[in-house]
Design a protein around this ligand. Structure first.
Ligand code: F6R
Length: 609
């Protein structure tokens, strides 16, 4: 997500901060900014787009003296479109502040501050924090205690860095759910969101914990936690700078697979009211889901697979007739559309040419909605409203965390539709919100299948064809597993509905064909999948079963390998079952020595037809 760098010490703070932000560029961002204290005054410079634009603005702004303290930020928009006014730092009075994360109660806080007379210049949630800090300093607190008081009011995730003209020798930082590391030097200190930002300067770091508030000066730092001063032991980082960018993982794809427990949390943050057992998508026009009589999902590749699950959710929960179309096919048919049809376009990038072209057709006749990861993307500007997935930048060409959040966002959409159309009662809805709350832990356990999946990959790495089978909700999972494998390992893989196998593909099966069978515990589907599995087994195929059932003895009798993930609910199982398939594709590719993050012939965003 966003990048943060702060510096206090003898060097030119601007050079250090820009250098640090450059090392975080790989994460993706849409605007950037810095605040430094020079000649006793805070100077803020911000720019949309790349750091080159910020550097140009800095040349034009010509800071009058060499600054020795400052903070900088690269922003990946979450609240408010990418623009100079929404870029960080945000300022109030003599305070400047940067933030990673999401403030959940920002609407209430903003209304309170506006009543007190604060003027807001941006659409961001972050600006609230600057005003809150300034308010507490005006009431007589010092910078550290103002940060403490502010954090007590804020709900959500944050990494905050704040500076104030009245305290020109220090940076105060606070952390909850978003990372902060302190870099320790001789007479100089860094504060950053990620280790790569400071690795070129120091290898001695302190990693802050949730709830920590720290005051950092050139020669010292102190940390408080729950009102008490605490010691955090510095550690020595031995990573090389390239590995560090990937958070210590060998490839972005593996990092992004590991990001999934966190991004499913980010995707539902502020949308799930567990206290009252409800789901909210305030970004949608209030009556939209009540008015429409039909939903048409559009997407390409992985997004199309997410759309298949979206159809399943909307039909079963909200009882709305749904269709799914490839965006590339839709625009060249003569689709039947009207004002009672809602077209839902799913896209990670929001820049896929086929999807944009299809939406251009849809907006003329139907209502439109996007499920998208990139704020300010072309897609989000074309449609009436967008449900953002909040998966953070996805760097690896093969999509992983974008898929899981697209599916989750579709599920939230279906729950909101079901509630608005009175298709679900309070008790059932509460069951769904409870299951969603369990999802991050289940995703964590699914990621922890990594070492067993690696062994399975070793066993089957030389196979030249794979068949992926699943029924019901597991069919899109099978398609996604097959797509991942072919994309990054260049091995032919086909995803198929398990029940259709006997109508053709069964002819392909022999002892050289590994069959990945995705088996969901739901009694009816599990039994059907088991009978398909027996058919495959009796034709000598080696079966790799991925299941959400613990200790299924019958499954173990027929499958050469069984990978188990936890069960949360029937409807959420596809998200969890997908993770071992992503890992399987990843390790088969690694063992075959392909370029995992940049597979041949593929681009991250397909912006041409
Ligand atoms: C698969 C993959 C592609 C994309 C497709 C759509 O791993 O990455 O199939 O899903 O090109 O891209 P977006 O979602 O950006 O529209």
């Amino acid at each position: 997500m966003c990048g943060i760098v702060g510096y206090v010490g003898p060097k030119n703070a601007l050079d250090v901060i820009i250098g640090g932000l450059e090392r975080l560029e790989y994460r993706g961002y849409d605007s950037a900014g810095v605040a430094v204290i020079a000649d006793g005054q805070i100077r803020v410079t911000r720019a949309v787009g790349k750091l080159e634009n910020l550097k140009k603005s800095l040349e034009d702004a010509a800071v009058p003296a060499v600054p020795h303290l400052g903070i900088g930020h690269t922003r990946w928009a979450t609240h408010g479109k990418p623009s100079e006014t929404n870029a960080h730092p945000h300022s109030a009075g003599k305070v400047s502040l940067i933030h990673n994360g999401i403030i959940e109660n920002y609407m209430t806080l903003r209304a309170d501050l506006e009543r007190e007379g604060c003027i807001f210049r941006s659409d961001t949630d972050t600006e609230i924090a600057a005003h809150l800090c300034n308010r507490y300093i005006s009431k007589g607190l010092d910078l550290f205690n103002a940060m403490k008081a502010m954090c007590a009011e804020i709900k959500g995730s944050y990494a905050f860095l704040v500076i104030d003209e009245r305290y020109p020798d220090r940076i105060v930082a606070a952390k909850n759910s978003s990372p902060i590391v302190l870099g320790i030097g001789a007479g100089e200190m860094w504060v950053a969101s990620d280790i790569p930002a400071i690795l070129g300067s120091t290898r001695q770091v302190v990693i802050l914990e949730d709830g920590d508030i720290t005051e950092v000066r050139a020669n010292t730092f102190r940390i408080e936690h729950d009102g008490k001063e605490v010691e955090r032991t510095p550690m020595t980082i031995t990573w090389d700078p390239v590995t560090a960018q990937k958070g210590g993982f060998k490839h972005f794809m593996l990092k992004e697979i590991h990001d999934q427990p966190q991004v499913v949390t980010d995707c539902v943050r502020g949308r799930l009211r567990q206290d009252v057992g409800s789901v909210e998508l305030p970004e949608l026009p209030p009556t939209l889901l009540k008015e429409v009589q039909r939903v048409l999902f559009l997407g390409c590749g992985t997004a199309w697979h997410a759309a298949l699950l979206g159809k399943f959710y909307l039909e079963s929960l909200a009882r709305i007739p749904c269709e799914v179309d490839y965006a590339s096919e839709f625009r060249y048919r003569e689709p039947v559309l009207d004002a009672r049809t809602l077209v839902v376009a799913i896209s990670q990038s929001g820049e896929t040419a086929d999807t944009l072209g299809a939406v251009d057709v849809a907006v003329k006749h139907a209502r439109t909605l996007a499920i998208c990861n990139v704020l300010g993307s072309s897609l989000s500007r074309k449609v009436e409203s967008t449900v953002f997935t909040h998966a953070g930048p996805e760097i690896s060409v093969a999509s992983t965390k974008a898929f899981t959040t697209q599916v989750l966002a579709s599920y939230l959409l279906a729950l909101v539709s079901a509630e608005q159309r009175s298709m679900i009662n309070k008790a059932k809805l509460a069951e769904h919100t409870h299951a969603i709350a369990l999802l991050p832990m289940a995703m964590q356990a699914a990621v922890a299948t990594e070492s067993s999946v690696r062994e399975v990959a070793r066993r089957f790495q030389t196979a030249r064809d794979f068949l992926f089978l699943g029924r019901g909700l597991c069919y899109p999972v099978a398609l996604e597993g097959a797509l991942k494998l072919k994309e990054i390992s260049y091995i032919h893989a086909e995803g198929y509905p398990a029940g259709e196998m006997k109508h053709g593909p069964i002819a392909l099966i022999d002892d050289k064909m590994p069959v990945v069978m995705v088996v969901q515990r739901s009694p009816h589907l599990r039994d059907k999948a088991m009978s398909n599995l027996r058919e495959v087994h009796s034709r000598d195929a080696q079966v790799i079963a991925v299941t959400d059932t613990e200790g299924d003895k019958e499954l173990r009798r027929y499958a050469a390998e069984v990978i188990e993930v936890p069960f949360v609910s029937d409807l959420l199982s596809p998200l969890i079952l997908t993770v071992p398939l992503q890992l399987l594709a990843y390790y088969v590719a690694v063992l075959n020595g392909t370029d995992v993050d940049l597979p041949r012939n593929l681009a991250k965003s397909v912006t041409v037809e």
